[in-house]
Design a protein around this ligand. Structure first.
Ligand SMILES: N[C@@H](CCC(=O)N[C@@H](CS)C(=O)NCC(=O)O)C(=O)O
Length: 214
């Protein structure tokens, strides 16, 4: 059985878990916290980051690389559009989710959950606010990308939806979400994507882990 190294509340680990669930692949999740990783872990993750996916001797870091590997190895159901332009769009929107969107949405989680609940330090609400100030322009962009579309690319659920929805789960854990009155397409898309069994199973498990932190 494949192994996934990482912790459940990471947006990048979640991307891989959702893809594995969509493709019906069983795996073991081996907990690795992304702080001060061991030399042994660094040997399979040169950047010291989670997730890393492992099948026997084969190891692969980086959620986007893992998703591409899974798509080639387990092609059904497809998580990448066939059309070359939609494929390019899907990969770019996944990248946007991994970078710009994460920059804006993760500070709330990093402060209110990681800092306050795991490290028992005071959340830096000024840092959260600075990140949230950029949220409207990012949400406007997403609202535009969803114009006339049920999913972000290729008329199907894809890596674009996985990569873009995943940081919103952390945002929700931190008590935040986009205003549905101002960004109705974004809110409806998020409901649609997060109500898939693949995402729901992750979110339920994460809520239980976070509740146990007190
Ligand atoms: N591009 C990487 C990003 C992974 C990433 O940043 N993971 C975070 C945890 S959510 C991490 O391991 N951070 C530790 C570090 O940056 O040293 C991917 O898509 O997997």
């Amino acid at each position: 059985m494949p192994t996934l190294h990482g912790v459940n509340a990471s947006p990048f680990v979640r991307k891989v878990r959702v893809a594995l669930a969509e493709k019906g692949i069983q795996y073991d999740l081996v907990p690795v916290l992304p702080f001060g990783v061991s030399d042994e872990f660094r040997a399979i993750s040169p950047l010291g980051k989670i997730p890393v996916y492992q099948e026997g001797e084969f190891t692969l870091p980086d959620s986007s690389c893992i998703l591409l590997y899974l798509e080639r190895t387990y092609p059904e159901p497809r998580l990448l559009p066939e059309d070359p332009r939609e494929l390019g769009r899907a990969l770019f929107l996944e990248e946007y989710g991994d970078t710009r969107l994460t920059e804006v949405l993760l500070p709330a989680f990093a402060n209110r959950i990681v800092r306050a609940k795991i490290f028992k330090q005071e959340a830096d609400e000024a840092e959260v606010k600075a990140a949230l100030d950029a949220a409207p322009s990012v949400f406007d962009y997403l609202e535009q990308q969803l114009e006339g579309r049920e999913f972000l690319a290729g008329g199907q659920f894809s890596v674009a939806d996985i990569g873009m929805a995943s940081p919103f789960v952390n945002f929700a854990h931190a008590g935040e979400g986009p205003d549905a009155a101002r960004w109705p397409k974004l809110a409806a898309w998020l409901d649609r994507v997060l109500s898939r069994p693949s995402f729901k199973a992750c979110v339920e498990e994460e809520k239980a882990s976070l509740a146990a932190l007190g």
